[in-house]
Design a protein around this ligand. Sequence first.
Ligand SMILES: *[C@@H]1O[C@H](CO)[C@@H](O)[C@H](O)[C@H]1NC(C)=O
Ligand SMILES: *[C@@H]1O[C@H](CO)[C@@H](O)[C@H](O)[C@H]1NC(C)=O
Length: 450
Amino acid sequence: MTSNLSHHIPAASLWSTPTFIAFLITVFLAFGSAQVLRSRRTDKALNTSKMVPPIRVAIIGLSANAVTDWASRAHLPYFLSPAGRSRYQIVALCNSDVASAKRSIKMFNLPPETRAYGSPEDLAADPDVQLVVCSTRVDKHFNTTLPSVKAGKDVLVEWPLAENVGKARELAEEAKKAGGRTLVGLQGWYIPTTLKLKEIIASGRIAVSDGLKYFAQRKVGGNFVTIGFGHVWDWVQNVVGDVQNIQSRLQIQRPELNVIDSYTGRVSEIIKSDVPDLIALTGTLPGSEHIVEGATFSMKFRRARAFQGEPALVWTIYGEKGEIRLTAAVDTMLQVSQLADVTIEIDDFARHRVERVDFRWEKYTELPLLSRSYASIYEAYAKGETGKYGDFDYAVRRHAQLDGLLDSWDASKKAAADSASSNGRPAHEELRGISYVGGAPMDTCCRIKL
Ligand SMILES: *[C@@H]1O[C@H](CO)[C@@H](O)[C@H](O)[C@H]1NC(C)=O
Ligand SMILES: *[C@@H]1O[C@H](CO)[C@@H](O)[C@H](O)[C@H]1NC(C)=O
């Protein structure tokens, strides 16, 4: 931080009008950082790892409008619960305008002294706010949080962090410069299925060796790659480690999509999609105490309804001594699911027996479902337990993986077009609906490998 400050000064000696303006801006920013630095020093004296409650929090996007009520369902219940109140106090809201923020303060019965902001810059200038929670549409994450990030505040942004890896990286870099802590809302870390699978693997009970397979099928969703696929992709790796050496094939099987309003259940419009709806990939695992390095990871995910009577999602983890199978009958979005349709079973090779494993929400059962994972994230943050939640750097890693998939897809499309044109044939678009191979052949393939 100090070296940053002195770094700005020599630029001022190049005195011309444009540099002068630039200089003013940097001085202003530097001054802001100095203030942040001071307040952080004070915090440190108070021992941040214990953080004196309540942590003063501001929410961006707590809307009184029923169509965008995610923040009120996922974040608010924890903050208003006894556990949440013992650690946090909502001191401000920031919406698209002050009037809307005021409406939300009223609607959610927040104390009348809660401050209402209509711009991210005004919120960022509030020295009383320590943690900013951003719960808006993905494409607004960057603009609404950047000022607070730059002001050195701690910031939580829902997943995806931003609309692309570039923006995500910029947020992460700005946060590092300003010194605030960052969190990304990947709730999958705390769903009981994730915790249970990690527990089973950590027990050494199945001894994961070199055959690990994942495949999934997904029903209608929003942005398929980042949300529908992205959340599953994250919690799976939260269990087994970051997938490396990724080889992938992506495809658009359904270029025209019905947009279904999730609240009315009706088709609201038909759009043309440029997002792949089939992702097949293989990779290797980094290895850990109970997972052999280089174990094979294989995953297939598509946006479609499941074959009648078949589960929406199956994840099998093959080991030397047994096999774990997670099955979700109707929904792949476990991070927001009731989990009533989900089973975890272990096929114990030695005992020739399949055992069903119980799992349940252990914590925050008094809160509505959507708020429980967030409650654990907020608890970890309040206790200073970095590493128990994803931060912006972690999100950038996930974004980079997803962008890698899309980049190699673009490259393969280009290569196909080039080769078609060099053959004098017109480049044809995506093949449709013919290449999907069901789950069974992949099963067979993996069993042969064992
Ligand atoms: C801060 O508090 C934690 C938890 O009580 C303690 O382990 C740590 O030693 C403290 N650090 C300082 C610098 O006092
Ligand atoms: C974010 O801010 C930039 C610069 O002011 C603007 O061009 C862009 O449209 C904004 N993006 C969104 C999604 O509001």
